[in-house]
Design a protein around this ligand. Sequence first.
Ligand code: AP5
Length: 220
Amino acid sequence: MRLVFLGPPGAGKGTQAQILQQRFGAKQVSTGDILRENRAQGTELGKLAQSYMSSGALVPDEVIIKMIDAELDKLSGGFVMDGFPRTVAQAEAFDCLLDGKNLQLDAVVLFNADRETLIARLTGRWTNPRTGRTYNAATNPPRVAGIDDDDGGPLVQREDDKLETVGKRLDVYEKQTAPLVEYYRRSGKLVEVDALAPVDAVTKEIVAKIGVPVEQRAAG
Ligand code: AP5
């Protein structure tokens, strides 16, 4: 399974990528997570990305493309690209990288949601920085506020989930990433899901629309 998850911040791309990784073994490749890890470790890449990320802007294309090239080399099976590509330049470069490795995308899943819901989801999000598992204060709270259900460690809120930065990220999506909808529609690989539905229902719709064989669905 080789997928791209396309959709605005807060649409649930990371949540669903984690589920597909657990269920089908398709590796979640989150450019946001890789950048945050680099930032936490204080690498050159992390330092460069910091100012873009905290203001809600995109990190420059050439930096991201180099990063994905390195990630593709590490992959041996399927993947879910979560948050990449995000510009037409990134999508074109990705096509070239895939061609060069004789790989083809199975589908691009577009997550549809309205702005009001996205703002509520992002400002209520809590994340386990050790595993990437996300919760939501309103719709999917942990058993104990601020504590992860699985490992009992602290949950954190992302600095770019502040209301003012969330608005900027949504505007950036509309301007720089939304043109990818047409790009992938033309390729015939685009499928759309209702990202406003509950988490389980979104997973079901994705699995049905990307054409996972029935025996693999049952195993998952
Ligand atoms: P990144 O980390 O990729 O953030 P994003 O795309 O803005 O997406 P999010 O992680 O905020 O949302 P999501 O769709 O994954 O939603 P989630 O599942 O968490 O990027 C961060 C920054 O890094 C960018 O701003 C940029 O600076 C940089 N960057 C990254 N990639 C880049 C690239 N390719 N090029 C350039 N720059 C790049 O869910 C959100 C909340 O909703 C959670 O609380 C969750 O529990 C809840 N939720 C999820 N699904 C449901 C549901 N069905 N019902 C109810 N609640 C739900």
